[in-house]
Design a protein around this ligand. Structure first.
Ligand SMILES: NC(=O)C1=CN([C@@H]2O[C@H](COP(=O)(O)OP(=O)(O)OC[C@H]3O[C@@H](n4cnc5c(N)ncnc54)[C@H](O)[C@@H]3O)[C@@H](O)[C@H]2O)C=CC1
Ligand SMILES: O=C(CO)COP(=O)(O)O
Length: 337
């Protein structure tokens, strides 16, 4: 039986812990709020993040990272991307020597422009073969309801990816493997930025034609950045690319899309931030993605306007004008562009 620690008891951390239990694992879930840990252990529910979802007996929540991490095969990281470095630094002395570290996070670190697997490798000081990523179109509430869904387990070491696949495959959660960690992580992080833009467009009252344009051109810019960073272009046609992009840009469950929609409807950035209780990774990551693009001389027009709206006070009317008044171009996709 696999033993796993899931570090972070927000919506996706809790759901992925449930998936691991349903796949036959024994799981300890670390949380930082005593009332959530108590409610999971005594009431088998994380009412704050997943009301009404019964959590398995094989999941035990704890406030103590040492108790969570002791003797596990997998350390699954599910905290906000911008706090990972600080969290993992504190947990480093407690990490079991041969455990595989798994990222569920879909963000890029501000300041360093590092992907989450890079932050993990650097902070935990482990080789890349011991770092894996789970990424795909997976809304916490839908997976919690055991709706059929799929995801990707990515690791540069194919055998590690295959073992992780086996550890989290269930009758309702189908997992594929990929050795393209860069592509899977970029797909997950940049789709949040595109979803912010799609949300703004929806809030302004624009329909499916606008959404399809942003999804398609968004995918082109994700693929351009990805290939410049060494990803395999094919990854972006998969679950961690197009799959997650379409899901996030289409669903009212997406925090990023909803954040954008509230802006499009006329709320200020401060008002939207105040009503957004959960992590909308694209807001902060947009700036880091843009910096990464500039470092590699990659054009990312949608990311550029999203970062300008989120971080530099650009009005959304100006963002729309800038996107639509770009110079005429032939349509190309990805590496040839
Ligand atoms: N919710 C979803 O459907 C999916 C989310 N993800 C990704 O998983 C990651 C986590 O997302 P969620 O669990 O949904 O977010 P969430 O907002 O529901 O939960 C975040 C968790 O991190 C904790 N946290 C906040 N600040 C912290 C800090 N300074 N130190 C330690 N813990 C802190 C919160 O207490 C909470 O338990 C994100 O990167 C997200 O993009 C990936 C796939 C699906
Ligand atoms: O990553 C997700 C779905 O795959 C969740 O998206 P949001 O963070 O926008 O809610």
């Amino acid at each position: 039986m696999n033993r796993a620690a899931v570090m972070g008891s927000g919506s996706f951390g809790t759901v992925f812990a449930k998936v691991l239990c349903d796949a036959g694992g024994e799981v300890r879930l670390w949380g930082r709020r005593p009332e959530i840990v108590k409610a999971i252990n005594e009431g088998r529910e994380n009412a704050d993040y997943l009301p009404g979802v019964e959590l398995p007996e094989t999941m035990r929540a704890t406030l103590d990272p040492a108790e969570a991490l002791q003797g596990v095969d997998y350390v699954v990281l599910a905290v906000p991307s911008q706090t990972l470095r600080e969290n993992l630094s504190a947990w480093k002395p407690l990490l079991p020597e041969s455990a595989v570290l798994v990222s569920l996070m879909k963000g890029i670190e501000l300041g360093t422009c590092r992907r989450m697997s890079e932050v993990i490798q650097e902070v935990a000081d482990v080789p890349q073969e011991r770092v894996a990523v789970i990424s795909g179109p997976n809304f916490a509430r839908e997976i919690a309801a055991r709706q059929p869904a799929a995801s990707v387990a990515a690791c540069t070491d194919a055998e590690t990816a295959r073992r992780l696949q086996a550890a989290c495959m269930t009758p309702y959660f189908r997992v594929y493997t990929n050795t393209d960690v860069i592509g899977c992580e970029l797909g997950g992080a940049v789709k949040n930025v595109i979803a912010l833009c799609v949300g703004i467009a929806a809030g302004l009252g624009f329909g499916d034609s606008t959404r399809a344009m942003l999804i398609t051109r968004g995918l082109a810019e994700i693929a351009r950045l990805g290939t410049a960073l060494g990803a395999d272009q094919h990854t972006f046609a998969g679950l961690a690319g197009l799959g997650d992009l379409v899901a996030t840009c289409s669903s009212p469950l997406s925090r990023n899309r909803t954040f954008g929609e509230n802006l499009g409807r006329g709320m200020t950035l401060e008002q939207v931030t105040a009503v957004t209780r959960q992590t909308a990774e694209g807001v902060k990551s947009s700036e880091a993605v843009l910096e990464l693009a500039r470092k590699h001389s990659v054009e990312m027009p949608i990311t550029e306007v999203v970062a300008a709206v989120m971080h530099h006070g650009m009005p959304i009317s100006e963002a729309g004008y800038l996107l639509m008044s770009r110079s005429p171009k032939p349509e190309r996709y990805g590496v040839d562009e």
